[in-house]
Design a protein around this ligand. Structure first.
Ligand code: AP5
Length: 222
């Protein structure tokens, strides 16, 4: 039986592994990955008005104002590919008002995943993170080094990945994250993100498979 495409939210502190898991999920499930951090960084690097405004907040680890971020997400969610393939929302909603905006539009996920990783590990992950500007792939100097010299030579570091800025991003996360949980308490799945990325993926993969199986069973019963 045909089922609705999957709708997934993934949350967690800075460097808890959201982007890494999303890349693996996109590969397996073909969902459309919507990362507010990536969308905002694209605006910053193109030098748009939105990008100029957003940069001030991103550089201090604060949340970019809701009206900027929410408009971006809502317009992306309304596009045809998202409706057909399903979505994977990474880093949004990040506050109760953002969650409220989606609720008012009746946009709800099938599952709300929270990746849990201890603070001291998060700092090391951020400081060691490198991005490949060509493929968009996320690496870590120790945990997940690039495959070739050529990739290694072109890697870039995010400007907000300094120790000081990571601490401030972590504070922002802690101030806002709990307030979202009541909205999604019935869909909440906490996943231990402090394990090798393939193991974390196996657990998330199993959770998504279960949603699909349950949906098929439910349809058959109808
Ligand atoms: P955003 O880009 O979303 O940053 P973040 O939440 O701080 O998350 P990160 O991208 O840093 O980490 P991640 O969890 O994706 O980890 P990754 O997989 O890369 O947001 C940036 C800024 O934009 C915010 O500060 C804010 O200003 C603004 N913003 C964004 N959304 C907003 C919103 N909704 N409202 C308002 N403002 C918003 O992994 C990290 C590193 O760890 C990598 O090096 C990776 O290789 C390594 N790693 C990953 N998994 C593992 C593992 N299992 N074991 C070992 N190493 C691992």
């Amino acid at each position: 039986a045909a089922t609705e495409p999957l709708k997934v939210m993934i949350s967690g502190a800075p460097a808890s592994g959201k982007g890494t898991q999303c890349q693996m999920l996109v590969e397996k499930y073909g969902l459309v990955h919507i990362s507010t951090g990536d969308l905002l960084r694209a605006e910053v690097s193109s030098g748009t008005e939105i990008g100029k405004k957003a940069k001030e907040y991103m550089d201090t680890g604060m949340l970019v104002p809701d009206e900027i971020v929410t408009d971006m997400v809502v317009s992306r969610l309304s596009q045809k590919d998202v409706r057909e393939k399903g979505w994977l929302l990474d880093g949004y909603p990040r506050s109760s008002s953002q969650a409220g905006s989606l609720e008012r539009m009746k946009i709800r996920p099938d599952i709300f995943i929270v990746l849990e990783v201890p603070d001291e590990i998060l700092i090391d992950r951020c400081v060691g993170r490198r991005m490949d500007p060509v493929s968009g792939k996320i690496y870590h100097l120790k945990n997940f080094p690039p495959e070739t010299e050529e990739i290694s030579a072109r890697l870039i570091t995010r400007t907000d990945d300094t120790q000081e800025k990571v601490r401030s991003r972590l504070e922002t996360y802690k101030r806002n994250s709990d307030a979202i949980l009541p909205t999604y308490f019935d869909l909440l799945q906490k996943v231990d993100g402090n394990r090798p990325r393939e193991i974390v993926f196996q657990e998330i993969d199993a959770l998504l498979q279960k949603i699909r199986t349950d949906a098929v069973k439910f349809k058959t019963l109808e």
